[in-house]
Design a protein around this ligand. Sequence first.
Ligand code: HDE
Length: 677
Amino acid sequence: MSNENPNKKQQQLEQFTTDDSGKKMTTNQGLKISEDEFSLKAGVRGPTLLEDFQFREKMTHFDHERIPERIVHARGSGAHGEFELYESLEDVTKAGFLTDTSRKTPVFVRFSTVAGSKGSADLARDARGFSTKFYTEEGNYDLVGNNIPVFFIQDAIKFPDLVHAVKPEPHNEIPQAASAHDTFWDFVANNQESAHMVMWTMSDRAIPRSLRMMEGFGVHTFRFVNAEGKAHFVKFHWKPVLGTHSVVWDEAQKLNGKNPDFHKADLFESIENGDYPEFELGVQLVSEEGEFKFDFDVLDPTKLWPEEDVPVRIVGKMTLNRNPDNFFAETEQVAFHPGHLVPGIDFTNDPLLQGRLFSYTDTQLIRLGGPNFHEIPINRPVCPFHNNQRDGYGRQTINKGQVSYHKNSLANNTPEPATPEEGGFEHYQEKMEGRKVRARSDSFKDHFSQATLFWNSMSAPEKEHIKNAFSFELGKCKSESVRRQVVDMFANVSMELATEVAKNIGVEAPTGSDTGVTKSSPALSQENTVKSAATRKVLLIAGDGFEGNVPSIIEKLEAEGAEVEVVSESMGMLKGSDGSELKVDQTFLTADSVLYDALYAVGGKDLSKKFVQTTSYFLNEAFMHFKPIGATHEGTKWLEANDIADSPGVVHGNDADSFTHSFIEAIKAHRHWNREV
Ligand code: HDE
């Protein structure tokens, strides 16, 4: 985004932004430096002197450059943006950013993988974090969600166990960013509340095509409170305008090698290109009176509210339109917390949410080094903040005056609490009673019905992917006992699933029966998502002497929002038989089919054997990944040579108009699952 109309957050950040280019070099004390290549020595061949303050300052700063990575969600990508409201939600909440349609609320979003280290690869099979900081006029509101609407566990006290189980095993630190190992599956089998979320992580949802093409969920049930003090239960949804799309597992594994930054780069580049990622905000609402109307507990974070039962009301849109200027200062130092609330939004007693309210501040204290992390520019609210908190490591604010306590008379008893009318936060006055117990409600004990609901909602190819994912992950487990326990556990979800996985991984077929739930929720299947060619990447394979009006076909593809890159044997320009020219963007060394959504084979004259072989490799790989493939003129011969010309999603023909039309339709479909591979 241009900086022509900076929003309030951007204006605030600009005060802390600096550009060192074109400037004289100084120490951190502002002293100009005359030489930065040689340390101060006693003689040119002598020892370095302790008095070399310039060397010491530079080296000390360098030695302290790293901070601990997040214990979970270490690998992340951030973006700035804005949230606009379509309609006021004043009937259910008094939150300013959800009632005032004239506002544009600045936001900062951080997407993340969960299990891997900061330097791990993007296409791990994992949930994705989807955290949004709304810089509202009433303070920061953080929606710290995931791309999966349920969670592995029901009580926060089990979180360290879950994370220990999924992280690399402690004796050998293997495997990185993967759940395909014994300890994770041992945890699953012995903590069966994980069943529903595991169905999601074994599904296509865990390998998104792009961070721009995944849903976001607040997961917990939160509470909205309106100006009259009336409350509703609410679940938050982010719906990607481009639809929800995934890659296939073989492609994911290859992508992790070909471009471990695939998602990070995709987000960054789409914002640089002006293809701003957009997500609509939706809410599901249930009145307080409806608390007990479901066959699950609304406080249970392993349950979703089927959209067919509780419709998602779409209320606004977030557009991510500016990349951070500095990864560390912004994306690394941003500190989210589900307890950063504004009036009109409150918690429920979900025991997972309750525990998170402790953990997120605690973790920032170690990660960001003290209690003043709210003063780091990316974390500062855009509204004023005043209280009697003082001092601590790295304090930046210079609080004036004699008084830093409440109540006082010397400063007229200020800063003073605000009344609710003045915007003071009021906790929802929920009636509480009960005994002090370490226990779980019986209403949390059905672990399998919604896992079956999810399974029932999948299309045939999605079910196939889930079976393969289980078979891959359990195939990597060394303990036969763990494998068997997991199969027995998932027999509760679906006998079909468990029986097939048992066969694949060589354990005894389960006996018994699954939940027998027959209900499904079509909204859970990615088959029913938005289909679009916008921002799809097409790799055009061509050599000198290519035929047909290729530049005009490129133009038409681009008019639909697709992006075309040309690959050939070497960089430079290609000349067509009619004299038209094509600029080569990639060589066969830098490109690969997995980096693109579709291939378009154009061909050329007198191509080398290597050219033809590499093209065959690319085409077959794209074919195996169910991707759309197009071919015109010479390129069509390649389809025939590889025996893929007559398959679904493979389009060819020399009539430019009808070819382009059919190819665009094939690209919109994203993948062609009805292909025989
Ligand atoms: Fe988190 N989680 N979490 N989590 N979580 C963190 O906070 C934690 C949970 C989520 O981009 C940590 O600042 C506990 C659910 C995201 O900076 C830590 C429990 C959901 C991010 C933490 C959960 C999330 C985190 C690590 C069980 C989806 C990345 C660094 C009760 C709704 C935020 C940090 C970012 C990060 C604790 C469960 C989402 C340790 C104890 C459920 C997106 O505080």
